[in-house]
Design a protein around this ligand. Structure first.
Ligand code: SF4
Ligand code: ZN
Length: 270
């Protein structure tokens, strides 16, 4: 099955309507660019959102790629600057963080927090991200390595939530292997950022990536099958959604993950 047919099938399976407003999180990389391209090609009602992380030349290249993509496809683009949103650039946040939390984990939590907040303000029905098949397998393995299998409870191309303050997230490329995305984007006239982020730091993900690289296609498929079967069986966290005491955003605990990471240890960061 080619990429386009497979993505169409995924979107149909998770029942995405063309009337819904989908906010595509675009980073400037190949995965999110292909996600925006395909949703646009299939005539979904999309707008794009980009968070400028303030990482110097790398962030400038990302913003440039995103602007070109949206200009070419005539997609409305919303750009947010992390300095304005958080008071510091991402590298400044990394410098002041607790040594134990790794860059990518912290960056991921902050980006998710901003995305959810902006999606609500922009009245989006869904947020679409560029996560692909390999990313999902890596996350599954990381959760196993860390003994946090519970975190895989929501795995799948759609992450539903009962609380309206959390915007539902979808992953149209969930079943598409990274290599196929690379081959596909080469055929399109899309400018995207090829280099790796200079602040990337994720030990577990690198280990998981090496492990997955050694697997055959059949073994990867079996791993995914197990992930999806397990995800259905793991008891989901049904605890009531509260509002974070610090930022007032929705959270399952008194303090949300973003504030826990940034303000814990006696409010050392801000
Ligand atoms: Fe953030 Fe890591 Fe992605 Fe860089 S590679 S943008 S630090 S999540
Ligand atoms: Zn908070």
């Amino acid at each position: 099955m080619n990429i386009e047919t497979q993505v169409k099938k995924t979107l149909k399976k998770i029942k995405i309507s063309k009337k819904e407003k989908i906010l595509v999180a675009v980073s400037g990389g190949k995965d999110s660019s292909v996600t925006a391209y395909l949703l646009h090609k299939f005539r979904y009602n999309i707008e794009a959102i980009h968070i400028n992380l303030g990482m110097g030349i790398y962030s400038e290249k990302c913003l440039n790629a995103v602007e070109k993509l949206c200009e070419n496809l005539k997609i409305k683009l919303h750009v947010y600057d992390i300095k304005k949103e958080m008071g510091k650039t991402m590298p400044e946040i990394f410098k002041s963080k607790d040594k134990k939390s790794n860059n990518c984990f912290l960056c991921g939590v902050i980006k998710k927090w901003i995305l959810n907040k902006k999606a609500r303000e922009l009245k989006a029905d869904k947020i679409a991200t560029g996560h692909n098949f390999n990313d999902e397998l890596e996350t599954f393995l990381i959760n196993i390595f860390k003994g946090s299998l519970k975190l895989s409870a929501n795995s799948g191309p759609i992450l539903k939530t009962k609380d309206k303050k959390f915007t539902i997230r979808i992953k149209p490329l969930f079943f598409i292997d990274k290599k196929r995305i690379e081959d596909y984007i080469k055929k399109l006239n899309i400018k995207y950022v090829r280099g790796t982020c200079p602040y990337r730091k994720e030990t577990y993900r690198v280990e998981a990536r090496h492990f997955i690289k050694k697997l055959s296609d059949k073994e990867k498929e079996n791993l995914m099958k197990n992930l999806l079967e397990l995800a259905k069986k793991i008891k989901k966290d049904e605890s009531e959604i509260k509002y974070c005491k610090i930022c007032k955003e929705p959270s399952r605990k008194e303090i949300c993950k973003k504030c826990e990471l940034l303000y814990n240890k006696a409010f050392i960061i801000f």
